[in-house]
Ligand binder design. Structure first.
Ligand SMILES: Nc1ncnc2c1ncn2[C@@H]1O[C@H](COP(=O)(O)OP(=O)(O)OP(=O)(O)O)[C@@H](O)[C@H]1O
Length: 608
């Protein structure tokens, strides 16, 4: 028997399921609903927009847990999320696929991450081919994901999860945006999966009558209540018993949705008639066939066919890191546009800096301009590397969501791979920028000064990337851009405050200013570049105040602290911002983590 046809039947049952959102007002999205979804069946959750379909799917898949009460059972035993995660795959509505990779590469990466280190490459390749053939994608092997049609993309999303052969598949509106033919093809695919004994549950928005015939079970929701639960063929008799006659020209599904919205109290009547989902108007034949399949309780790990190596994941930390790094570097290599844009950005900036500050480096009359050059350089690195993740990370998050939620890998190896991905280009372009501008602005040709200067610039860039990642993880593009601009402005203000009047800066203000890593950077650069230096060139030596650059350092309020201390301080900033980026990402992706923070904050304020 082939790998993917070995399946354990999984039934899902939920009772008295409530979901309450506590925002500005309390909203009860699901109201004590009940239901049973069976293995080997294709189930649709239906209802008007805003009725609660996605919410129910999210709760059943375990994507939402805060604010949920009621019981969810898997094969008769209470759902254990740790085990259930290994049984189920969740394909979200706005699932994005990794760009710049072809179908075969995507599938092999999924296989490497999901099938673990215990299976050979040949075995993984065989599974990939089998899944692709099953989902009708065998001819798309070399096609890049962005060139696939909407239907092919959705099938690829399913194929990626199918690699580990999950017995339960949740899909949020898998046919939205497709024409009827593609939508029916997609549903045919899901029917094929149910024939292997899988439990396939999806939400569907406005399905055609012929599409509905493909479902074994339909579950209608209206305003958080279940208004029908059973087979399509039993809808009309059920409605009839409650006094609602569906006209012959009407699709029963449209009739239910319209009736509950337009006829007063009909939703309550239907909900009572179906006991809010407790009753299931199933086909008797299916019921008796389904009862023949043995159901195992899923309380122990041995029930699952996926090897578990790293407590929760099929592969070790370093395998995950290696696979993810390889994928990221392959994508970076193919994303020529991103590389060229960064090269262009640095080249234009270099040109502007050279034109603005050409040859001034040893000129005491122009020492203020030299200082401007240092500050502008830091601002360039701050701005570029903060804004890049703020702009790009919200999309990256969408890509990350499905893979992380479906337990392909842990966040730590992903974050490490992501951090290292941009580093070579950042260092290369950064050094090209600093060395060119350093030479053309005529700074002292002394290795240690150049090394300090470049080190501060690169560390500023890395810290800024961490800052940008933190903002990009918790904010969307618009809010993130605004927040980043405010933070950048504050960092610059604290950096340049009191320049020229250094002796007048109060000691407290000096301490506060060091919370801006830009300030730490500029102090480090000023020290490295102006201290222990020969007299600078002057046009008029008699009135050349800054001939000894030490005076300039005094006016800037820069004391004699060793440069290495400032570099250490910058490294601390790098660590803090990277850690905050990681925590922000975890907060965004893990509802449990968000819950811990919310509870902790609540406790702190309650005890005050
Ligand atoms: N985070 C949230 N905050 C406030 N209200 C929410 C939140 N999530 C969902 N809701 C509300 O819960 C209700 C159900 O939302 P849900 O997304 O489940 O509907 P749906 O039936 O899937 O709709 P659609 O077909 O348009 O996607 C809606 O009224 C929605 O406004």
């Amino acid at each position: 028997m082939s790998e993917i046809s070995k399946i354990v039947p999984v039934d899902i049952e939920f009772q008295d399921l409530n979901y309450v959102i506590k925002g500005r007002s309390v909203k009860r999205v699901l109201k004590s609903i009940n239901g049973n979804f069976y293995s080997g069946e294709l189930t649709a959750i239906l209802g008007a927009s805003g009725s609660g379909k996605t919410t129910l799917l999210n709760i059943l898949a375990g994507y939402i847990s805060t604010g949920v009460t009621g019981s969810i059972k898997v094969n008769g035993t209470p759902r254990n999320m740790k085990t259930f995660h290994k049984l189920a795959a969740y394909i979200m509505q706005d699932d994005l696929l990794q760009p710049f990779l072809n179908v075969e590469e995507m599938m092999m990466i999924a296989a490497k991450l999901k099938l673990g280190d215990l299976k050979s490459t040949e075995e993984k390749s065989a599974t990939v081919n089998e899944v692709l053939t099953l989902l009708g994608l065998e001819k798309c092997l070399g096609i890049r994901t962005e060139e696939l049609s909407k239907g092919q993309k959705k099938r690829l999303s399913v194929a990626l999860e199918m690699v580990s052969n999950p017995p339960v598949i949740f899909l949020d509106e898998p046919t939205s945006g497709m024409d009827t033919v593609s939508a029916k093809q997609c549903l045919n695919t899901f029917q094929t999966l149910t024939k292997q004994g899988k439990t396939v549950i999806c939400t569907i928005h406005q399905p055609s009558a012929s599409m509905l015939q493909q479902f074994d079970q339909v579950y209608f929701i209206h305003d958080g209540l279940c208004v029908y639960n059973g087979s399509m063929t039993n809808i009309i008799p059920f409605l009839s018993t409650l006094g609602y006659e569906c006209p012959v020209t009407y699709s029963p599904a449209d009739y239910i949705v319209e009736t509950v919205q337009t006829v007063q109290d009909s939703a309550l009547a239907l909900s009572e008639g179906i006991q809010n989902g407790k009753t299931n108007q199933r086909d008797l034949l299916k019921e008796s066939l389904s009862s023949l399949l043995p159901r195992l309780p899923f309380s122990i790990d041995e029930d699952i066919d996926v090897p578990i190596i790293d407590a929760h994941f099929p592969t070790t930390f370093w395998s995950q890191f290696y696979i993810l790094s390889s994928r990221m570097f392959l994508q970076l290599k193919r994303n020529k546009m991103e590389i060229w844009l960064q090269v262009f950005n640095h080249a234009v900036a270099t040109l502007i800096f050279v034109l603005l500050y050409y040859g001034i480096g040893n000129n005491a009359d122009k020492i203020v301009f030299t200082y401007h050059y240092f500050i502008s350089t830091l601002i360039f690195f701050l701005y570029t590397y903060t804004m890049l993740p703020v702009v790009l990370f919200p999309t990256e998050l969408q890509l990350l969501k499905r893979e992380y939620f479906n337990r392909w890998y842990d966040l730590k190896p992903y974050f490490l791979a992501l951090t290292l991905r941009g580093l070579p280009l950042m260092v290369l372009l950064g050094l090209a920028f600093t060395s060119t501008t350093y030479v053309f602005t005529n700074q002292p040709i002394e290795l240690y000064r150049f090394v300090w200067f470049s080190a501060v610039c690169i560390l500023t860039a890395i810290a800024s990337e961490g800052l940008g990642m933190t903002i990009g993880s918790v904010c969307n593009l618009m809010n993130g851009s605004m927040l980043a601009s405010c933070i950048i402005a504050a960092l610059i203000l604290f950096c340049i405050h009191g320049a020229g009047y250094g002796s007048q800066i109060s000691p407290i203000m000096k301490v506060i200013m060091h919370f801006s890593y830009l300030r730490v950077g500029i102090v480090a650069i000023s020290n490295a570049m102006f201290r222990n230096r020969d007299s600078m060139d002057c046009v008029d030596k008699q009135y050349c105040y800054y001939q000894d650059p030490k005076r300039f350092l005094q006016d800037l309020g820069v004391d004699n602290t060793p440069c290495s201390l400032y570099i250490s301080c910058l490294i601390v900033f790098v660590v803090v911002f990277k850690a905050s980026g990681f925590l922000a990402l975890k907060y965004r992706l893990t509802s449990e983590f968000s819950k811990i923070i919310v509870n902790y904050t609540y406790k702190v304020f309650r005890h005050r």
